[in-house]
Design a binder for this molecule. Sequence first.
Ligand code: AMP
Length: 226
Amino acid sequence: MGETVTTQAVIILLGPPGAGKGTQARMLEERFGLVQLSTGDLLRAAVAAGTPAGLAAKAVMEAGGLVSDEIVLEILEDRMSRPDIRAGVILDGFPRTAGQAQALDRLLSGRGLGVSAAISLEVDDEAMIDRVAGRYACADCGEGYHDTHKRPARAGACDKCGGTAFRRRADDNAETARERLRAYHAETAPLIAHYDKLGVLRTVDAMGSIAAIATALGTIVQRAAA
Ligand code: AMP
């Protein structure tokens, strides 16, 4: 983490499943000292812990639908109230509906803040189905892999940490990915216009290499949050 941002930055990553939001959010987190805030990760943790929110969300997530705004906002506000987010946040997978975007605007203005940049990762739909349906990760360190595009160099062992256990998300299959993509176009893509109106929209071609996309995002974050 070499660089820092001087204001409390609020960066939103918009894009369909498989666009690389999680990967890029983790890279920005390391580079700028921001905190990645993924509502998908928070919901999966709630499901694993068996909390009431998790129990209510489980079936919806497995079907590729959107969890209710009420549940999502509750876990997000809870996370935003923790002190470690002082430098700022990268919102990964939130907001996903008009109601969530409005709630976020209210939450931020109550703290004297606003969205620094909403970055839309532009990708090809069919390529996203393939990416999502084939992906899995090391159970120990979280390093990401893909059935055809990125296999471990030594079969069955993680390149990064040597771990031999891997996990695949329950919703990372072609059928559920199609439903998630449908939900994205119906509910989330319209938010692009919302952030354009606020003057904070940036778009990035996200079909290129992870490194090239990271460079483009880094420049945007530096300008938006300096
Ligand atoms: P993700 O990890 O962002 O792909 O999210 C996985 C799943 O969690 C989604 O398919 C939804 O079912 C649920 N989810 C995550 N974030 C949200 C959100 N902001 N609003 C509604 N549902 C969400």
